[in-house]
Structure formats: structure tokens, C-alpha cells
Design a binder for this molecule. Sequence first.
Ligand code: GDP
Ligand code: MG
Length: 138
Amino acid sequence: MEKTFAMVKPDGVKRGLIGEILKRYESKGLNLVAAKVIWPSLDLLQKHYEEHKDKPFYNDLIRYMMSGPVFAMVLEGDNAVKIVRLLNGPTKIEDAQPGTIRGDFCTNTTFNIVHGSDSLESAKREILLWFPEYANKI
Ligand code: GDP
Ligand code: MG
């Protein structure tokens, strides 16, 4: 069964949206197989967002992601990677339609409530990074 990594970012946790977001994933048919609330370290975030280290928004992104706890999870189901990305909505906020999590709950491209792995390879890497205890389960 396909697994993906998803996360409610600090703004989503502060706004009390964990339940609403998890309900959308579960209602669609994905199952939670691991979850934790964690205040991520700089080291973890630098590894997680390594691909963006030269982008102009990188410092703002890291500061935002270190601003409070996140709700990190592993979700399982058919097409889990793609489905989480569809439920989350596109990165650019002006493209995020109502009905998606970003389209319904945020107005800004940086402070965008949720993360979802963008491919099977990223999912594997991110699950191992955030849940190293899952090494023999993916
Ligand atoms: P995601 O996979 O949809 O989360 O998007 P990316 O992997 O491209 O970017 C990672 C995160 O960086 C996004 O979720 C946003 O929080 C932030 N971000 C991405 N692109 C931009 C941008 O063009 N401007 C700003 N300010 N932030 C961005
Ligand atoms: Mg991404």
C-alpha cells in the first residue's frame, strides 16, 4: 500500500486545524499509520527542505517552520502521494481553489497550512527523516 508524508504546519496547528485537516484525509480514504506533534529543529528542517536552500524564500520558510509545533503524519492508501497533494491544493495561493485545504484556509504562499510529499521518492525520504523508527516498514 502506498505511503506518503504529510504535515500540518505551525500556522495550521496554532489555528486549531489539525482535526479538520485529518478529517479530510481520512474521509477521502487514507489511513493514518503514524503521527506526532513535534517542534522541528533547524537541522531537521534544513534536511527536509534541502532542495530549496538556494531559493529566495528559503530563510522565511525555515523561520516559519520553526515558529511552533507541527503535526507530522504518515498516511497510507491507493495513490496516497497524489491524493494528499490534490487535497492540499497547489503551492501558489492564487491557484488554490476553494475545496482544497489551502484554497479554504489560507491567503499566503508561504504560510500555507500543510505539506505533502511530491513523489514516491520524496515520500520515502521524508518518512525516514521524520519517523526513523519506520525504516523497516516502508
Ligand atoms: P509544496 O510542495 O507545495 O509545499 O511547495 P514547495 O516544495 O515548492 O515549497 C515549499 C514551501 O515553501 C511551500 O509550501 C511554501 O511554504 C514555501 N514557498 C514555496 N514557493 C514559494 C514562493 O514562491 N514564495 C514564498 N514566499 N514561499 C514559497
Ligand atoms: Mg514540496
